[in-house]
Ligand binder design. Structure first.
Ligand SMILES: Nc1ncnc2c1ncn2[C@@H]1O[C@H](COP(=O)(O)OP(=O)(O)O)[C@@H](O)[C@H]1O
Ligand SMILES: [Mg+2]
Length: 439
């Protein structure tokens, strides 16, 4: 089947917001004239302020591709499953664009022509089968035999999104937003779903704003279940809240999501905050970003690239979303390395964003903390005080979180490594902040 789709209709907050037209392979995005006139309309992206003048070219393509899985193999699989003859974002989103990150609904027709509205339930056994399928082959995010279930999300890990309604799981659709994201973990990193949950809960208890997570079991398969913060109940029904990641907010292609590949760094994120966040919340957004940079250095979270931060976009209101996709890369080092309690073993682990032009954990110094304070316009001691607070509290919090897990998860090697690597990292902080090293 060769699906020829030349217009995508984009809905946001129940209104037809824009059309994306492909004309002889040139893609352009044009807001609906009515939508632009309404002062309660929100932009689709910070890259595309509301105007009747069309946007065209690469930025439109980059925006669309950032709504799809990061890995080309997954996009190829999705194109094959749908019988497409290309993996262009435009073609894929005509099929998979009904339920994406944020508030958009994307259809190859006007929504009034949409037919299917029934919810399709999914059994625990088929959720387990889907988890096993991803564990077996991380490019296989969808089951071939599911009735509906068209969702799309970015990221490299195998995942799927479902809607929880009255204690029953359903496939999402345009009419029925997904409420949770299922992440079975990274193949060959046994227990990474559990460590992700642990680090998310630790972050929350340290005062950072995070997505809610739980570990659930389906037919013996454990999986990280992440509650979506881009969904909310409003007047008794579920609705989507718009957001975009910082690759989209800065017009960056998915291939450059890492700063080391030419993508955005934290200063680019600060520029977005300064330009778009409502003035009364700019300072708290800068603090939140400073907390993330310091905390990710301490916890050894090497994957905090531009697609792992997002902004929420409401009409006339932009703010940072809670944090998501946190993990401790260090817990997957050799057991002997972790148990050596020597933080210099992690010196060469590179973080996703540089501070003071340095990426490596071991190159993060007092100058790095000072740079964060300066760039985020914080008090001179701010980041050091926060680092000391994290170092003083993280171990006890971590132990509590781990002890709440069922014993079988506590015995996974990566989970067992966590207290050792976090202890080593607190030693790193204490050493850096000690009076001797400040002389
Ligand atoms: N709790 C959440 N609420 C809303 N959107 C989320 C949430 N968690 C993740 N996302 C969106 O889904 C994308 C993929 O999820 P993520 O956990 O980052 O997967 P991966 O580990 O594969 O990168 C994110 O980039 C973000 O756009
Ligand atoms: Mg991610």
């Amino acid at each position: 089947m060769n699906l020829v789709t030349e217009t995508l209709f984009i809905y946001l907050y129940d209104a037809l917001a824009a059309r994306i037209v492909r004309d002889d392979r040139i893609i352009s995005l044009q807001y609906d004239a009515q939508y632009v006139l309404d002062d309660q309309s929100a932009p689709i992206s910070l890259q595309f302020p509301l105007t009747t003048t069309p946007y065209s070219g690469k930025t439109v393509e980059f925006f669309l591709e950032n709504l799809l899985p990061d890995r080309p193999e997954v996009r190829t699989q999705w194109a094959r499953d749908a019988g497409l003859d290309s993996i262009d974002a435009f073609d894929l989103l005509a099929i998979y664009g009904e339920d994406v990150a944020g508030g958009l609904e994307i259809y190859p027709y006007e929504k009034s022509q949409q037919r299917k509205t029934a919810l399709t339930p999914i059994t625990d056994a088929s959720i387990a089968a889907r988890i096993r399928q991803i564990r077996n082959d991380s490019t296989q995010w969808n089951m071939k035999d599911t009735a509906g279930g068209q969702f799309s999300l970015g990221g490299a890990q195998g995942k799927f999104a479902l809607a929880l309604v009255d204690n029953q799981w359903f496939e999402p659709s345009g009419a029925h937003p997904s409420t949770h994201i299922f992440k079975p973990g990274v193949n060959n990193f046994d227990g990474s779903d559990i460590t992700e949950h642990v680090m998310m809960r630790v972050a929350e208890q340290l005062g950072l704003e995070t997505a809610q997570t739980s570990i659930r079991q389906f037919d013996g398969e454990h999986v990280l279940v992440v509650e979506r913060f881009d969904r909310e109940y409003y007047g008794g029904s579920l609705r989507r809240i718009h957001q975009e990641d910082f690759a989209q907010a800065t017009g960056t292609p998915v291939l450059r999501k890492y700063e080391s590949d030419g993508g955005p760094g934290y200063k680019d994120m600060l520029s977005v905050i300064t330009k778009h966040v409502n003035p009364e919340f700019i300072q708290s957004a800068r603090r939140a970003l400073a907390h993330s940079l310091v905390f990710f250095w301490i916890m050894g979270h090497a994957d905090a690239h531009s697609k792992n931060f997002s902004v929420r976009i409401l009409p006339n209101n932009v703010s940072l979303t809670p944090l998501y996709d946190l993990n401790c890369s260090l817990a997957f080092e050799l057991e002997s390395t972790c148990k050596a309690l020597d933080y210099t073993a992690f010196d060469n682990v590179a973080l996703a964003m540089s501070v003071n032009k340095k990426f490596k954990i071991g190159d993060f110094t007092l100058d790095s903390l000072n740079e964060i304070n300066r760039e985020c316009e914080l008090e001179p001691n701010y980041s050091a005080v926060f680092a000391a607070y994290v170092a003083a509290n993280i171990q006890a919090i971590l132990i509590d979180v781990i002890e709440e897990l069922p014993i079988e998860y506590q015995q996974l090697q990566a989970v067992k490594n966590l207290p050792y690597v976090i202890f080593s990292q607190t030693k790193r902080v204490k050493h850096l902040l000690s009076p001797e090293s400040q002389e």
